[in-house]
Design a protein around this ligand. Structure first.
Ligand code: ADP
Ligand code: MG
Length: 237
């Protein structure tokens, strides 16, 4: 995939930035692994939604993303697919420590994301764990160190970063902040700052929210590097 200098990138999604992918509407037309393509098909996904069309070419090219689109527009796949592809391309092994962290505000949402990873990622030998509390933190300690993808609520992840011996995210490839606006509304700002400040700088970050606010901009400045700004207003599934 070609990558563009940011100075020529307008603030809104611009598919002409990627001429190769400008009329592309189906997942099968993207440069994805066979494993991901099969997982998408078997999960019933064929046509991309607007936010997926606008963001996936950039995310797959390794760019950071600041994406805004309303609830129900398909943001989960807009980050699950790049996470799976990145770890697959890097031939990611659990021995390296955690490869991707996905943060979201509440447990139920983490569970939905986890199910999507299991479904779309069914052919990958990539492991994922939910780190959402509700049980003894000790019970999570093995998983937190032996999984490729952690789907977490912020408080619980920070607890592991502080308390779990050998918790290693020095090889982290991708950080996802999902429903970032809601995480900020729930007063996770300091927790998020504490987490992000402990993560390796050399990583890809994908930030999604339903709205674009001043506090989202602040979080973006802290966590994203030269992001592609993508804002989608219409729904089109
Ligand atoms: P958001 O995070 O933007 O609120 P979700 O990722 O939860 O949206 O997706 C909302 C619903 O749309 C889910 O039921 C999901 O399975 C479905 N969906 C997402 N992408 C597609 C697609 N490309 N084709 C068909 N259904 C989709
Ligand atoms: Mg969502």
């Amino acid at each position: 995939l070609p990558s563009l200098p940011s100075s020529s990138t307008p603030p809104l999604a611009n598919t002409t930035a990627f001429p190769r992918y400008s009329g592309v509407t189906k997942f099968s037309q993207l440069p994805l692994s066979r494993k991901t393509k099969d997982g998408l098909l078997q999960s019933g996904y064929v046509e991309m939604t607007e936010i997926q069309r606008a963001s996936l070419p950039h995310a797959l090219a390794g760019r950071d993303i600041l994406g805004a689109a309303k609830t129900g527009s398909g943001k989960t796949l807009a980050f699950v697919i790049p996470v799976l592809e990145k770890l697959f391309r890097e031939r990611y092994s659990a021995e390296w420590g955690v490869g991707a962290i996905i943060l979201c505000p509440i447990r139920e949402l983490a569970e939905q994301i986890f199910e999507e990873i299991k479904s779309v990622g069914r052919h990958h030998s990539i492991s994922a764990a939910l780190i959402i509390g509700g049980k003894e933190v000790d019970l999570e300690k093995d998983r937190v160190n032996n999984m490729n993808i952690l789907v977490c609520t912020p408080g619980r992840l920070l607890q592991h970063m502080d308390e779990t011996v050998n918790f290693d995210c020095s090889q982290l490839q991708v950080l996802v902040l999902d429903e970032a606006d809601r995480m900020l509304d729930m007063d996770f700002k300091k927790t998020l700052n504490d987490i992000v400040s402990q993560l390796p700088k050399k990583r890809q970050t994908l930030l999604f929210s339903a709205t674009q606010t001043k506090s989202i901009q602040d979080l973006a400045r802290l966590s994203l590097k030269d992001p592609e700004y993508i804002s989608v207003h219409e729904e089109s599934v």
